[in-house]
Design a protein around this ligand. Sequence first.
Ligand code: IPD
Ligand code: CA
Ligand code: CA
Length: 279
Amino acid sequence: MARSPLLNVMTQTAMKAGRSLTRDFGEVQNLQVSMKGPADFVSNADRKAEEIVFQELSRVRPDWGFLMEERGAIEGKDSQHRWIVDPLDGTTNFLHGIPMFAVSIALERDGEIVAGVVFNPASDELYSAEKGGGAFLNDRRIRVAARQKLPEALIGAGAPFLGKGDHARFLYEMRHMMAETAGIRRMGAASLDLAYVAAGRFDGFWERGLSPWDVAAGAILIREAGGFVTGIDGAKFDHVSGEVACGNEYMHKALIAQLKIADTAYSARIPKPAPTDAA
Ligand code: IPD
Ligand code: CA
Ligand code: CA
């Protein structure tokens, strides 16, 4: 497979950052049993990976800006282009020695995502896509799954956690989706969840409360693999909105319809404010 110069740069960068994460991941596995635990070590691994991505991409495209999880937004002289980067997606997995984490790099041009790579160094799986060029897992072209029946579907989801998200709403959605599908998975790295939809491993995926760097690269992988990506209400996808629902044409529609039923039930159980005297 011949990659464009742009995808080459993104791929080489993700792989270099991935090699650094792999080295640190070995150490994290040893630290599981120490009293101190690996938390500080992991923050350092995260920052090191981000530094590698920043240095590499700045070297080849000195004028382009960045939106990075750790450093935040960095304006470039060229206001058209911006890299959106999560140097370590799946931090909690990494911290616990679970080999399900990734480096995620997307390129935004005039506000639109035009290329993305997601690299899981632990499985040596590199997902890449560029607008109009299709999606790939390493050198193999990938497509979303063809399944059309929700009862046969394996659906990925992102669960809120301590201090984050609407837990009650998620439980409604989960309870509903469990009853309608062949299974739900919570893998813990949103960029890889989306890559799994692109590769036809998951039939669909939904999550709320995400950040642009979690979804920017994954969304273009799905589109280029023939899938559909929107907000959870079916509105046009926007990588800054924080929510995503995706799948093939059928699964995407079915997922949105089912989540709507669950969300309607959830909203209905919230007591309406009592009418005031003035009303
Ligand atoms: C997290 C992962 C996780 C998702 C969280 C994200 P991080 O990213 O993608 O799957 O559920 O909302 O914050 O913190 O590991 O980079
Ligand atoms: Ca992330
Ligand atoms: Ca991260």
